[in-house]
Ligand binder design. Structure first.
Ligand SMILES: Cc1cc2nc3c(=O)[nH]c(=O)nc-3n(C[C@H](O)[C@H](O)[C@H](O)COP(=O)(O)O)c2cc1C
Length: 410
């Protein structure tokens, strides 16, 4: 193995993976090179970059870790290396991923996968993508136009990719772990527009259930371009499509006594806010011009709490793959996680997945076993952007390195 070749590959892959999406743009990953031969990367969760109140099961954090893993694997595959997720230990904010990067000896082995339908060439599904696609993908919270043909083509490509490649293998588990060794199921359903409106009604104020929960979200808003964190993480006013003057007003409101009262006594202002939001929603595009609404789910025996950290990571990889395939067809997504986080709307989505969900992870997904029920894990609109999309920012901290002369012993 040529370490000198792998090091720059990993360096570049860290930069590509940093563009992975994450809830509130928290970027919860903390990668470190812990061994040089074989090149081993350990990715921990930064607990300060989790959302314990809005995301108590750490589902979104771990999905984001999966997106990072997928983006890292894509960059490695493009450069002729293979990143293999060899272990997922711990749970929640203590989850640690281990990846081994090995040389495949081929420059750009993904080319064959991208340019032909050669099953033999499909060594790894990550090889079907390019780093440039990871860079170009964006969430678009502006108006999205429906494009049913592009969506159908993208979903067909996603399902062919899942079938064609042998990606996302189950990670080897410790002997005492009796959970299923096969990858988790990925169910997909389109949400009819009237149901979408009902879900919104039920989930609109989910993140403002308690003052502390609202503050947790507000902490990730970047309303002031002069804020040093504006160019690092969180959701900028631009990405949220708030005009700068509105962002300045909101900022002043939140900093004022009134703002403190708002975040200190949600029960007083929730009912009027719900009425305002309800009114606004009636002015939103009706079913005819609305983009498609999709829900992704998996199956679990004990609601979302029954899904292992490892399965969330694997599902996060599928999520990024789907968003990349959609982007390839000119489609962007706008995510609304509160619809799967709010128990009232999650129950409706689980029902929809049970009735109409198609197995997007077939044929390798875990077969439906008795007692397992659908659990929604991602909800988003899909359509064509109607204008330029502001770019989200990322932290630029480098990955930690193993000492060059004293690699960790195996
Ligand atoms: C698991 C997950 C959940 C997300 N939930 C939401 C959400 O509820 N609302 C939203 O506007 N964006 C959501 N996003 C999108 C992120 O905010 C977005 O990826 C991040 O701000 C970076 O922007 P970019 O994807 O355009 O690079 C989510 C992303 C992930 C991976």
């Amino acid at each position: 193995m040529d370490e000198s070749r792998l090091n720059p590959i990993a360096e570049r892959a860290f930069r590509v993976a940093a563009r992975a999406p994450s809830a509130h743009n928290t970027q919860p990953w903390r990668p470190a090179v812990v061994r040089l031969s074989p090149l081993t990367v350990r990715v921990a969760v930064d607990p300060a970059r989790t959302l314990p109140l809005a995301d108590p099961l750490h589902m979104d954090t771990l999905l984001g870790m999966g997106c990072w893993t997928e983006a890292f694997s894509i960059a490695c595959a493009e450069a002729g290396a293979r990143a293999r997720l060899t272990a997922v230990t711990g749970a929640g904010p203590q989850t640690v991923l281990t990846l081994e990067v090995t040389d495949t000896g081929a420059a750009d082995p993904g080319r064959a996968v991208r340019e032909s339908s050669d099953r033999e060439a499909a060594v790894s599904g990550s090889a079907a993508f390019r780093s440039a696609e990871v860079h170009a993908r964006q969430v678009d919270r502006g108006r999205l136009e429906p494009d049913d043909t592009a969506l159908a083509d993208a979903l067909a490509e996603f399902s062919a990719l899942t079938e064609l490649s042998a990606p996302l293998p189950a990670v080897p588990r410790p002997a005492e772990d009796r959970s299923s060794p096969v990858p988790p199921a990925v169910l997909l359903a389109q949400i009819p527009e009237p149901l979408w409106a009902r879900l919104n009604g039920r989930a609109a104020l989910h993140i403002a259930q308690t003052p502390a929960m609202l503050r947790e979200t507000l902490d990730w808003l970047r309303l002031d371009p002069a804020d040093p964190r504006w160019a690092e993480d969180g959701l900028t006013a631009d990405c949220l499509r708030l005009p700068r003057w509105e962002a300045a007003m909101l900022r002043r409101l939140l900093e004022s006594g009134l703002g403190r009262e708002l975040t200190g006594g949600a029960e007083h202002w929730q009912p009027p806010l719900a009425r305002v939001l309800g009114g606004l929603r009636q002015r939103l595009p009706g079913p005819r011009s609305a983009p498609a609404r999709l829900v992704l789910g998996t199956r679990a025996s004990d609601s979302a709490a029954g899904v292992s950290a490892q399965d969330w990571v694997v599902l996060g990889r599928s999520l990024l793959r789907l968003w990349l395939v959609l982007a390839r067809h000119g489609l962007k997504v706008s995510v609304q996680s509160e619809l799967k986080d709010s128990p009232a709307s999650a129950a409706l989505l689980a029902g929809l997945l049970g009735e109409r969900g198609v197995d997007a992870g077939a044929p390798r997904s875990r077969a439906h076993t008795r007692g397992e029920a659908p659990v929604p894990f991602a909800v988003f609109s899909v359509g064509r952007s109607t204008g330029p999309v502001p770019r989200s920012h990322r932290l630029t901290r480098p990955a930690e390195r193993a000492p060059a002369r004293a690699p960790e012993r195996r």
